[in-house]
Ligand binder design. Structure first.
Ligand code: 9UX
Length: 72
């Protein structure tokens, strides 16, 4: 089944960035759900580990122009 992960996302300076990060994550094959909380600065992701790894998720966020801190 899917694994769940929280990633701290840096660089979201307005609340609309949330939509960009959510769509970015949701477009990655193997991601089942992605929700971003602006005030916490965190992305909650449900993904299929046989299809995508954490490095790919982090890379997608960085490619979209944001940054990711250490996974908590
Ligand atoms: Mo707001 Mo974010 O004007 O990528 S949408 S800063």
């Amino acid at each position: 089944g899917p694994l769940e992960l929280e990633l701290p996302v840096a660089g979201m300076t307005c609340s609309s960035c949330v939509v960009t990060v959510e769509r970015t994550l949701q477009s990655v094959p193997g991601v089942e759900k992605a929700h971003v909380n602006f005030s916490l600065g965190k992305a909650h992701v449900a993904y299929h580990p046989e299809q995508v790894d954490v490095g790919t998720l982090v890379g997608a966020i960085k490619q979209a122009g944001y940054d990711v801190g250490a996974a908590e």
